[in-house]
Every structure is written in C-alpha cells, then in structure tokens.
Design a binder for this molecule. Structure first.
Ligand code: SF4
Ligand code: SF4
Length: 170
C-alpha cells in the first residue's frame, strides 16, 4: 500500500471515530514512514508493536518511543503469559507455531490443575528456555534486551542473527 493511500484511509477512520488501528506486516522502513502520520492523527495515542529486532530502527526513534511509552515488542510467548488451543485441542505456544504441540486436552490434561502441572513440567519449561534464547550474543550485551529479546521468535526462521547489534547507552 502506498503512503498516500494509507493516509487517505487513516483520515477516513479518524473522521468516524475509530480508536484502534492495527497495521499488519510492514518492514522497518514502512513503519518509520507511517508512524509519524499515525502519531499526529491520533495525537500520540499510538503504541508500536513491531515484533522485530529493535536494532533495525534508529536509536533516536527507539529512545523517543520508550520515553513516551509507545513501544511494546514482547509477546505472550516471551513472557509466558498465554497459550493457544488448536482446532484439535492441542496446546501451542502461539498460532504461528502449529507444529509445536505441547499437549492435548483429554490426553495430557483434563482440568485446570493438570494443565498448569503440564505447563510447569520440566519438559515444557526447558522447551521454553530453548525457544527464548537470544538470537545473537549481541542481545546479551544490549540495553534494550528487556524490551526486545530479538522480537518475534518465528522471524528467526528467515532472518539472519548477524543483523543484531547491541544498543548501549552513551
Ligand atoms: S541486539 Fe538483540 S536485544 Fe538488542 S535490539 Fe537487537 S535484537 Fe533486540
Ligand atoms: S512468537 Fe511471534 S508469532 Fe508467536 S505470538 Fe510471539 S510475536 Fe506472535
């Protein structure tokens, strides 16, 4: 979508009082272009959830987002706050990991207590530890690792960890 078309759509949405807009997809260049437009239209009430390695953005841009509380890069997998059920009753870490079946209702658990026991089992805990490893050693030394953790884990099936570079305070 061109920037002009996006502007037209956003203006129409603002006019009818739409309060939440979700932008799906978009690389860092697109986000950098569209964020100021959104921010102006919505008078700073915009939170960016890029799910990308944050070091793909300029440092000043990140600094401003963080100081204004306008960035959220962690997901329920990274902070272990949610799971997904697929159509067959299997639990998955997220809906993009359809092959990562952690257990099935009626087979591996039948009630809430058993589900919690399963999620806290050594196997699943170590699976998460493995999955949540930083994509690069650079992240270990990065000041933003608490905000970022490398972004969406699924990205690393296609992205090269070589793109990670630590962000440090000057
Ligand atoms: S070095 Fe790692 S933690 Fe830091 S911004 Fe890049 S991807 Fe995120
Ligand atoms: S791992 Fe990626 S796809 Fe899965 S919930 Fe997190 S951000 Fe979304």
């Amino acid at each position: 979508m061109s920037l002009d078309l996006a502007k037209k759509i956003l203006n129409v949405l603002v006019e009818i009082g739409i309060k939440h807009v979700i932008l799906i997809g978009g690389d860092n260049e697109t986000i950098l272009k569209i964020f100021p437009i959104l921010n102006e239209l919505y008078e700073g009430r915009v939170v960016l959830e890029p799910r990308l390695p944050l070091c793909v953005f300029p440092k000043d841009f990140l600094k401003k987002l963080i100081s204004e509380g306008q960035i959220q890069n962690m997901c329920h997998v990274q902070n272990r706050s949610g799971i997904v059920f697929d159509n067959d009753g299997y639990i998955l870490p997220c809906n993009s990991m359809v092959e990562v079946k952690m257990g099935k209702i009626g087979k591996d658990f039948s009630n809430g207590k058993e589900l919690l026991a399963l999620l806290n089992s050594d196997d699943i805990r170590s699976g998460y530890v493995e999955m949540l490893k930083y994509p690069s050693e650079e992240c270990t030394f990065c000041n933003l690792n608490d905000y970022c953790r490398g972004g969406c884990i699924v990205n690393w099936t296609v992205l090269d960890p070589e793109i990670c570079h630590r962000i440090v305070e000057e």
